[in-house]
Design a protein around this ligand. Structure first.
Ligand code: UD1
Length: 307
């Protein structure tokens, strides 16, 4: 197939692109390199990869490069929740208008399916766990609103115009190429970075908050299934590991991986944080055949070996 990966030079997008090329597909990476990096693509063999430096806000260019594509993996986004609170117009333009640009272009170009990087942020702070796709969404940030509105546009276009799409609501994704240097980085990338520098990490709060961490290779698996399984268009799926891990457990696991005890500092809890998160992945299992294969500790070991 020919696939366009928006945000294809980013953390998750570059893993999708790499996997597709390895499986013999032709890939167009569409990325403005605001967060993406050329180095993320350096391990991908040349011939089947085309890199387009452009922005999803640029609708004509997006449509131009979508011509002839079978599938679009729409990963491009400004991924920080706090940044969306500070810069809602910018994140609206990228995260919602960008999705609409993808959708309109895909419709006109006859793309067979869009796979959309949704987010667990659509669930908001309702403490009920595990999160199921049938629960009422109640986002509490512009980012969550943009991801939810994107889903709704995609689903509505499927009904109105038959444009096929699948939304994957990512939980806490981790793995190689996640940038630890931004204040908005995922906690695992920060913990690993500190451990390898022999610095103590800071846990915000008591460290007993928990998340559903999912290794990036399992997220790639979910994307490929979402692109190819018949009869799932218009559906929404949680993509997590289906288990939750506290930050204190993470620190202990990481200590085992690096072979020494890590003693974190504790700071005040971070404003706006939810306490716990856990995905019910039953729907993805049943309808897509998704099965997370990498445990958190295995993923941590692979990440440490990679850095
Ligand atoms: C994650 C997603 C976000 C998504 C949200 C949905 C990532 C990077 N972010 O945010 O895109 O919208 O889920 O629910 O996956 N922490 C520390 N020390 C640090 C950094 C973080 O203790 O140095 C703590 C945080 O306070 C939090 C936990 O680690 O309790 C996880 O934080 P983080 O990795 O930023 O992810 P989420 O806030 O869950």
């Amino acid at each position: 197939m020919i696939a366009l990966v928006t945000g294809g030079a980013g953390f998750i997008g570059s893993h999708i692109a790499e996997h597709l090329v390895a499986a013999g597909h032709r890939v167009r990476v569409f990325d403005n390199f605001s967060a993406g990096k050329r180095a993320n693509l350096s391990g991908i063999a040349g011939g089947q990869l085309e890199v387009i430096e452009a922005d999803v806000r640029d609708a004509p260019r997006l449509e131009y490069h979508m011509a002839g594509c079978d599938v679009v993996f729409h990963q491009a986004a400004v991924v920080s929740v706090p940044y969306s609170v500070e810069h809602p117009q910018e994140t609206h333009d990228v995260n919602l208008q960008g999705t609409m640009n993808v959708l309109f272009a895909a419709k006109r170009q006859g793309v067979k399916r869009i796979v959309f990087a949704g987010s667990a942020a659509v669930y908001g702070e309702d403490p009920e766990l595990p999160k199921r796709e049938t629960m009422r969404e109640s986002p509490i940030s512009p980012y969550g609103v943009e991801k939810l509105a994107s889903e709704l546009y995609l689903r509505t276009y499927e009904k109105l115009h038959g444009v096929e799409s699948v939304t994957l609501r990512y939980f806490n994704v981790f793995g190689p190429r996640q940038d630890p240097r931004s204040p908005y980085s995922g906690v695992i990338s920060i913990l690993v970075d500190r451990a390898l520098r022999n610095e103590a990490p800071t846990l915000f709060g008591d460290g007993n908050q928990s998340r559903d961490f999912v290794f990036v290779r399992d997220v790639v698996q979910a994307n490929l299934l979402a692109a190819t399984v018949p009869g799932v268009s218009g559906r929404v799926y949680n993509v997590g590991g289906g288990r939750r891990t506290t930050l204190n457990e993470l620190v202990a696991m990481l200590g085992r991986v690096v072979g020494r005890t890590i003693t974190p500092h504790h700071g005040p809890p971070r404003a706006g944080d939810i306490r716990d998160s856990l995905a019910d992945i039953g729907r993805a299992r049943t309808e897509l055949g998704y099965e997370p294969r990498v445990t958190v500790e295995e993923g941590l070991a692979e990440l440490v070996a990679h850095v």
